[in-house]
Design a protein around this ligand. Structure first.
Ligand SMILES: [Zn+2]
Length: 421
């Protein structure tokens, strides 16, 4: 209950995303013909170069309107792989909204590159309206609506290239974050977020899927053996982020439910959140409830009465606006909150009580200790404390999971850090 109230206060004052602007953004992106990663970068109207220049110009315009509150940065690296044997320069366009702490960041991202049936085809029209102009429009609209607000953390609005070639743009940003020593409090990947009619005409507009990992990509085998002893398969940073998003969107606040999909991504598939997970950053992927594979990665054609292609007419901008609102509320809350505690230690072997302790978090005014029996999916009890330890009496460590979050002066809550040895 308290969690929901805090989420409501963070979201209450935010403007509503504009379906008109997002439709216009997607139409503009489709208008570049193809945005294949290996497409032209010199043509002013066609190809990924023109699309990236347009995205950078959008961030610049948003930044001008808020007195320079968003700065544009473009980072690039040459990648080579089976899907680009001759190598290709992958460039990410970033809009950076500095917080009081320039080193702690929350990231919202989407990929601007598109493709058709043959992933090597860099010249055919590849509209990529839903995959993933929808995500790019979401990132831009979030920037427009959050610009001018002063948060504790820095917000990085990221537009990736090279997703279809091997998650290269996301790899570049994740490694850049690490090299710069950024403390990443959350990464929200939005990929295919703007349709409600899925394969076979089955419509689903009630929820959005939020994918998160259980087993942590960043833990090596010895660390996973320790994890096996502690439990916590359902409580890693990525899963904690998915649960926080579910809480933010609870009670129909955005007219869209969150489906906590307990997998890193769709079955056997991947996305731009994965390079962040590999480095131990909390990351999730938003994606629509029902995908339409006739629209994704298809040459534009009609075959035996079936229309193929990722075109704008198949999208639902009302739905995209709701996914955008959930992203904005999540960014606003986690950027307003302190960082999550670095670690939480629990002790209580051979005792009816559990000792909980954690290192102090800069900017935290208090902490929330949450716990539940090990057979429960969600936290069932919590207590707020101002110090950095507490004793849960008559709460045996053998049968309970414990986590701690940090709360800022304005009440915004961090993600929950799971307690272990
Ligand atoms: Zn995609």
């Amino acid at each position: 209950m308290i969690l929901s109230l805090i989420a409501a206060s963070a979201a209450a004052s935010l403007p509503s995303p504009s379906t008109t602007r997002m439709r216009s953004d997607v139409a503009t992106l489709v208008g570049f013909g193809t945005r294949h990663t290996a497409s032209t970068t010199s043509d002013p109207r066609r190809g990924i170069g023109a699309a990236r220049n347009w995205a950078a110009a959008q961030f610049e315009q948003i930044g001008r309107r808020c007195g320079g509150c968003i700065k544009v940065e473009r980072i690039e690296r040459r990648f080579t792989g089976p899907r680009a044997p001759g190598g290709v320069v992958v460039e990410d366009v970033l809009g950076i909204q500095p917080g009081r702490d320039p080193n702690r960041v929350v990231i919202v991202g989407a990929h601007i590159d598109s493709r058709v049936t043959d992933v090597m085809d860099a010249t055919s029209d590849a509209p990529g309206a839903n995959d993933d102009a929808s995500g790019v429009a979401l990132v831009l609209e979030a920037a427009r609506n959050l610009a001018g607000r002063q948060f504790d953390a820095t917000i990085v609005y990221a537009i990736f290239s090279g997703e279809e070639q091997g998650l290269w743009g996301a790899t570049l940003l994740a490694e850049t974050a690490k090299a710069r020593g950024w403390q990443v409090s959350a990464m929200l990947n939005n990929d295919i977020v703007g349709n409600t009619v899925g394969q076979g005409g089955v419509r689903e507009s009630r929820w959005v899927r939020v994918f998160s990992e259980g087993i942590r990509a960043s833990e090596d085998n010895p660390a996973q053996l320790v994890r096996r002893g502690n439990g916590g398969e359902d409580d890693g940073p990525s899963r904690a982020l998915a649960k926080a998003i579910d809480g933010i969107a609870a009670k129909g606040r955005f007219g869209l439910d969150v489906f906590i999909d307990r997998r890193p991504d769709r079955f056997g598939r991947g996305g731009d959140h994965e390079p962040f997970l590999k480095l131990g950053y909390p990351a999730v992927r938003f994606s629509v409830a029902n995908e339409n594979w006739d629209a994704q990665h298809q040459d534009l054609r009609t075959d035996r009465g079936v229309v193929y292609g990722d075109t704008i007419d198949r999208m639902d901008f009302g739905y995209l606006a709701k996914v955008t609102a959930i992203n904005m509320a999540t960014l606003a809350r986690l950027a307003a909150a302190p960082a999550a505690p670095n670690s939480v230690t629990i002790k209580g072997a051979l005792s009816r009580d559990t000792d909980v302790s954690w290192p102090a978090v800069p900017g935290a005014s208090r902490y929330r200790v949450s716990w539940r029996r090990t057979d429960a999916a969600d936290w069932t009890a919590c207590r707020e404390v101002t110090g950095t330890s507490t004793i849960l009496s008559q709460t045996p460590v053998d049968d309970h999971f414990v986590g701690v979050s940090a709360i800022g002066r304005d009440g915004a809550e961090s993600l929950v850090t799971f307690g272990g040895r």
